[in-house]
Ligand binder design. Structure first.
Ligand code: PEP
Ligand code: MG
Length: 328
């Protein structure tokens, strides 16, 4: 019985009409990898590195970070790992960095904005990542979306930000003599989704952060419990932004993942696949349900369903399309 279930979890998320959706886990340290793999993860679609800073009272050194990234690569044994550079600010405040207090931290210096202002934080992190790539990614490893290591930048709002971040990353890569590592961006600000076609030209892949994209599209603080029922990532406006991001990526043949919470919702996962998302990354316990639901679905039908969802008037109407959780 247990063995049959484990085999089921390990099966890929291939739809009935033969399209495979890549399935990753959101994992922050090497100790969490075995459970994620057991639940059926094919890799790690989001490693939130701010936890390295949040879990301790000081800033981890370049060597500390190197050990963690190398540990992740070893634990994953060649499976894809997407590491997100520090996303501090907003809901992720790190006391020991003593950053200036802001009136509206979600609209302030967070993510990429902080990285660009604080080379003392960004550069050791990139050095640690490229050292890990140099030492632990074999020369004959797959490139592109199957690469064992990819780097992703959070909270991107504009093309100049991407160009500046890329330039720093490329300089550090050359200094270290590391192989090229795919460089992607998070799409979690409406401006980035709207301008996705232009952004896609300047990066290797997208990962859509639906938690923040929902917060910024609907103007609902993601931590506001009173408004939580309205902060639904299946709001048609959010779905339309995701669709725009996918179309922009497709124009430049870029890979698109989703690493926000809705990727772990079986019906949400179906809509995302229908909108053109190639990879879903989620909290490990959500993996089996999402994979099973996608395996029972037909991508052709999901595309039609996703377009219908975008035309609905509100999130409740979108959710009503999930007739008993089985129509697709
Ligand atoms: C998101 O915003 O959806 C996301 C995955 O990033 P985080 O939740 O870490 O802000
Ligand atoms: Mg986010």
């Amino acid at each position: 019985q247990a063995e049959a279930e484990a085999r089921e979890r390990a099966r890929p998320a291939e739809t009935r009409d033969g399209h495979r959706i890549a399935i990753g886990a959101n994992v922050n340290n090497p100790e969490q990898v075995p459970f994620a793999l057991d639940q059926g993860a094919e890799g790690v679609g989001l490693m939130r590195t701010e936890f390295l800073f949040l879990e301790r009272g000081d800033t981890p050194s370049e060597d500390d970070q190197y050990e963690t990234y190398a540990g992740m690569l070893k634990a994953l044994a060649g499976r894809p790992l997407i590491v997100r550079t520090l996303d501090i600010g907003g809901d992720k405040q790190v006391a020991h960095l003593q950053l200036p207090r802001e009136e509206n931290p979600f609209l302030g210096v967070r993510g990429a904005r902080l990285l660009l202002r604080r080379p003392d934080l960004m550069e050791p992190q990139l050095r640690a990542l490229y050292r890990a790539a140099r030492d632990h990614v074999p020369a004959d490893a797959p490139k592109g979306k199957d690469a064992p290591l990819a780097i992703m930048m959070p909270m991107i709002t504009s093309i100049p930000e991407v160009l500046k971040l890329r330039a720093v990353a490329e300089r550090i890569r050359a200094e270290i003599g590391a192989p090229e590592v795919p460089l992607g961006i998070m799409i979690e600000v409406p401006a980035a989704a709207i301008q996705a076609d232009a952004l896609a030209r300047h990066c290797d892949f997208f990962s859509i952060g639906t938690n923040d994209l929902t917060q910024y599209a609907l103007a609902i603080d993601r931590q506001n419990t009173e408004l939580a029922p309205e902060a639904d990532s299946l709001h048609p406006a959010v779905l339309r932004l995701i669709h725009m991001a996918c179309e922009g990526a497709a124009r430049h043949k870029r890979f698109v993942g989703v690493c926000g919470g809705i990727a772990g919702d079986p019906f949400g996962a179906c809509l995302l696949a229908g909108l053109g998302v190639h990879e879903l990354s989620m909290t490990p316990r959500d993996l089996p349900g999402v994979k099973a639901r996608l395996r029972g679905s037909d991508l052709g039908a999901l595309k039609a369903l996703a377009l219908r969802a975008c035309e609905q008037e509100d999130a409740a109407a979108v959710r009503a399309l999930d007739s008993a959780g089985g129509a697709a």
